[in-house]
Write a protein that binds this ligand. Sequence first.
Ligand SMILES: Cc1cc2nc3c(=O)[nH]c(=O)nc-3n(C[C@H](O)[C@H](O)[C@H](O)COP(=O)(O)O)c2cc1C
Length: 212
Amino acid sequence: MEDTLLKALNGRYATKQFDPTKKISQGSLNTLLESLRLSPSSMGVQPWKFLVVTNSEVRKQIQEVSHHQPQVVDASHLIVLTRPLHIDAAHVDRHLANTAHIRGVTVESMSEYRSMIMRLVQTAPPEGLIGWANAQIYIALGFLLEAAALLGVDACPMEGFDKQKLDDVLKLPEKGLASVVLCALGYRTDADKYAKVKKSRFVKEEVFEFIA
Ligand SMILES: Cc1cc2nc3c(=O)[nH]c(=O)nc-3n(C[C@H](O)[C@H](O)[C@H](O)COP(=O)(O)O)c2cc1C
């Protein structure tokens, strides 16, 4: 397993040139989407919605507001990772009702848990809550990137886009959502020179400190 994981992580790279003719199978896509859905989040609140964009016209419009990055249109699938515009009592209660249903307990039995979450939601400044939601979404992005690497699916995470304009293209405010980050998924072309570029990472001694 260690070998499999390290091989996958060394083999992946932020793919710049996707082969537009190669599509991800439904089975692999389902697994990748599950890696997003199963991601952990602070207090289990899941402050996210993942939009899977395959419509080529919409993808062209997204490309216009994403520095014309070719990955946006060439990849098999484009995922837009979004957060709720408002993390409020309604969102928290939806999470608690879902948990109660799944675990066969009453919502009332979780009242202390609810108070704990609501304290954070009601006392944090708006920009603090946005940062908090974004942090959860980046964990989901990490899960997706690792799952893709293990499945041999190429990916490119992307922050290079105009959030305001992308939100307008996808009418996200009307849906109560805001974009956070994109991820293109598909298969590389042989011509992508970035596949052969050596990984640039700090050495272990710089990255880790062991406090024994
Ligand atoms: C959050 C995030 C945003 C990124 N945004 C872009 C982007 O907009 N366009 C792009 O080509 N690469 C983007 N990258 C790719 C990084 O440049 C790349 O992951 C980094 O240089 C390390 O290289 P590697 O992923 O190939 O190992 C992004 C990566 C992350 C994690």
